[in-house]
Design a protein around this ligand. Structure first.
Ligand code: ARG
Length: 458
């Protein structure tokens, strides 16, 4: 007697290589808790509808409880011969409880079963990720609050642009992670629908109650078309797209952390537990965690493309291609989850060096725009003010000094509108404090934004 659940129709067994090639148990066994949860909901409905007996239902429950504890104890034997997680569990159930186990698959197919399992798995993964995004944002808010007044140069084109506060800079990332949390929550709505009941593709001849199963499993609705139910993986693609954006944000931040920690810049230090040394250069302390996060972003982006490509040529309904959805999806979940967990922890391990930031902000004429704005407030049209200040900057460049080093006399050569009150305008503190509106870099605005974000996140 052959071991495969479907082998009765076949005249020869598959080769070992084909068996290994087609099997998924070694990666899809992670769906086991969700597979059992789905099977229990299905069995409960079958019994309620009189499709199986109450005794069968009780036997299935007993068998599944046993299987759950075997898996938890690491004693469950996963067999390649049984192809996937579904057939492994069903086979063991039948060993444990006999015919009731064989009746479980009534009105169901592995096609709607696996689609249900993935959705349950992803719903849990999204809920974890949403919590981790919250932890990370709270950690960044703490860091922002500590440095609401700390000034560093803001850059465009990697050239010194205008002074900003470090708190404000951190809040830019909080905004990104806010959007990520929103995207995850939105994606969850489309994950949270029940495919079960679609059976192989056309529905089933048994009098099933899909809404009951949806309720039991906490799904918001049932998938409305059986062909779509078994073949749709949009929700997995959406999730990977949202995850790729999470990683993109982490990666941009990582890039900054790496630059900031370079001795040439020296804006921050990262706690030793997130860095590693060199096997040859004794002096080295490398920001490995942000570098790796930046690198791992590539694999998550790759998984998104893999899933899009997986789907683009598939005719309705289920095709075995879909088995290839799991590894990219699982790796995306693992990568994003680990990365967010580490970053939430690492945010507290960032030491900011205000003196180095301040020194850098004093180079590169970061307050030139403030001087132009000052002249505009004295009545000069902005384009003329821009030109006057540009001349002043060129003068400073030849002299090798900052705008604030010029005497009032010297300044007035560039515009007679300049007065003694210009001094405050040219300071870093004056510059940031003056950008005092919603979304501006003024310390008071940063504090207000932190309070607002905290109340939103809580
Ligand atoms: N292991 C399969 C998957 O991951 C389960 C569904 C298989 N269905 C089938 N008819 N071969 O998609």
């Amino acid at each position: 007697k052959k071991s495969e659940a479907w082998s009765a129709r076949f005249s020869e067994p598959v080769s070992d290589l084909v068996k290994r090639y087609t099997a998924s148990v070694f990666f899809d066994k992670r769906l086991a808790p969700f597979d059992i949860q789905g099977s229990l909901a299905h069995a409960e409905m079958l019994a309620a509808q009189g499709i199986i007996s109450a005794q069968d239902h009780a036997d299935i429950q007993r068998g599944m409880a046993q299987i759950e504890s075997e898996i938890a104890a690491g004693k469950f034997e996963w067999l390649l011969d049984l192809e996937d997680v579904h057939l492994n569990i069903e086979k063991r159930l039948t060993e444990l409880v006999g015919d009731a186990g064989k009746r479980l698959h009534t009105g169901r197919s592995r096609n709607d079963q696996v689609a249900t399992d993935i959705r349950l798995y992803m719903r849990a993964a999204i809920d974890d990720i949403v919590i981790l995004l919250r932890d990370l944002r709270l950690a960044l808010l703490d860091l922002a609050e500590k440095h609401a007044d700390t000034i560093l140069p803001g850059f465009t084109h990697m050239q010194v642009a205008q002074p900003v506060t470090f708190g404000h800079h951190m809040l830019a990332y909080v905004e990104m992670f806010n959007r990520d949390a929103e995207r995850m929550a939105d994606c969850r709505k489309r994950v949270n629908r029940l495919p079960l009941g679609a059976a192989a593709l056309a529905g089933t001849t048994f009098p099933i109650d899909r809404e009951r199963v949806a309720r039991t499993l906490g799904f918001e609705d049932v998938c409305r078309n059986s062909l779509d139910a078994v073949s749709d993986r949009d929700f997995a693609i959406e999730f990977c797209a949202a995850a790729a954006l999470v990683m993109t944000h982490v990666s941009r931040m990582s890039e900054e952390l790496v630059i900031w920690m370079s001795p040439r810049v020296g804006f921050i230090d990262i706690a030793d537990r997130f860095c590693t040394g060199s096997s040859i250069m004794p002096q080295k302390k490398n920001p490995d965690v942000p570098e790796l996060a930046r690198g791992k972003t590539g694999r998550v982006n790759g998984h998104l493309i893999a899933l899009l490509t997986l789907m683009k040529g598939q005719p309705l309904a289920y095709n075995k291609d879909n088995q290839e959805d799991k590894e990219p999806l699982f790796d995306t979940v693992d990568t994003v989850t680990d990365t967010l967990r580490i970053f939430a922890d690492m945010a507290g391990g960032i030491t900011v060096k205000p003196d180095a930031m301040r020194k850098a902000a004093l180079q590169g004429y970061a307050t030139a725009t403030d001087l132009a704005d000052y002249l505009v407030k004295k009545g000069l049209p902005f384009r003329d003010a821009h030109e006057a200040v540009a001349h002043a900057v060129r003068h400073c460049e030849t002299k090798g000094c900052d705008l604030s080093d010029l005497s009032l006399d010297e300044m007035q050569r560039f515009s007679p509108l300049i007065d003694a009150d210009v001094a405050e305008v040219l300071t870093l503190e004056g510059s940031v404090a003056a950008r005092d509106h919603i979304g501006g870099t003024a310390p008071s605005q940063v504090r207000a934004a932190i309070a607002y974000l905290r109340s939103r996140i809580a």
